[in-house]
Design a protein around this ligand. Structure first.
Ligand code: CU
Length: 287
């Protein structure tokens, strides 16, 4: 029976490693995205992936190492027994009092690895989160304001001036602003910034293909920047269980060329200013 339990507890970690190894083939991995291979669709996302894979290698080695050690202990316990003194009779279980050297080692080595990861990732973190480190191109301000609410994304864009250039986005709504719901459209190929807000509870602004995830917190206006490598349509999801309709917060990010984006803003202006009543001229022509 001891050998059965030894085999039983060794089966699961081995199965876990095999399933993890096969996962990308079954598409249980990163979203495939427009490149079709699951690679990050933003330059910062590529660096986040590098960090992710580095940590994955460290944890995989640790997992296999600890499970192998567990297997060794189980197997030894299952097969080795000591002969007790004659008066006790029966078998005495194999045991160990531990090893001071081993304990020192498995305390210092993980602490060193964690410290290394903490320092090594700081640069990527700072670029994503620290305002002073944001790219030059987003210093001029956000291109849109994204407000999460139960259960949709409301997006506010600045209107266009007479020359057809976007006005600066003001912190408070303006009569010239343009609005969409669940449809975030922005230029691709350059860093862009949005202001993220929440109207009710905590949500999370998640662009899986770009590896962008940021909580939307009531009462805070959080600047988020990202850069779509390709003109394409990307998923925009809520990654924080925010209520019964959480699953419905599936929107899209459409990244397109600068001129296509401006054209789209112009069309949105026309659509939003159209009252649906035909002009006098149209009516006369029809008569
Ligand atoms: Cu939500």
């Amino acid at each position: 029976m001891k050998r059965f339990w030894c085999a039983f507890f060794m089966f699961w970690p081995i199965a876990a490693v095999i399933v993890s190894w096969m996962a990308p083939d079954w598409n249980w991995w990163f979203p495939l995205g427009p490149a079709g291979d699951g690679s990050a669709m933003s330059p910062l996302g590529e660096r986040i992936d590098d960090l992710f894979y580095m940590i994955l290698v460290v944890t995989t080695i640790t997992f296999i190492g600890t499970q192998a050690a567990l297997g060794y202990v189980l197997f030894t316990g299952a097969t080795r027994a000591e002969q007790p003194p004659a008066e006790e009779g029966g078998e005495r279980a194999w045991f160990t009092h531990g090893s001071h050297n081993l304990e020192v080692m498995w305390t210092i080595v993980p602490a060193g690895i964690l410290l290394f990861i903490a320092l090594y990732q700081m640069d990527v973190w700072a670029e994503f989160r620290v305002k002073d480190r944001f790219p030059e191109q987003v210093r001029s301000g956000p291109l849109a304001e994204v407000t999460a609410r139960q259960f949709e994304w409301r997006i506010r864009y600045p209107g266009l001036d007479e020359q057809g250039h976007p006005l600066p986005l003001m912190p408070d709504p303006q009569p010239t602003d343009l609005y969409t719901v669940n449809d975030l459209q922005l230029p691709s190929g350059r860093p862009v910034m949005i202001s993220l807000r929440s109207e009710d509870v905590q949500h999370s602004f998640f662009l899986p293909e770009l590896r962008v995830k940021q909580d939307a917190v009531p009462g805070l206006v959080i600047p988020v920047w990202f850069q779509a490598k390709k003109s394409s349509e990307y998923a925009l999801l809520c990654a924080e269980l925010c209520g019964w309709g959480h699953y419905k917060m599936k929107a899209r990010l459409v990244a397109q060329s600068e001129s296509e984006w401006l054209q789209w803003l112009r069309e949105l202006t026309t659509k939003q200013n159209d009252d649906g009543v035909p002009d006098k001229g149209d009516v006369q022509a029809a008569n």
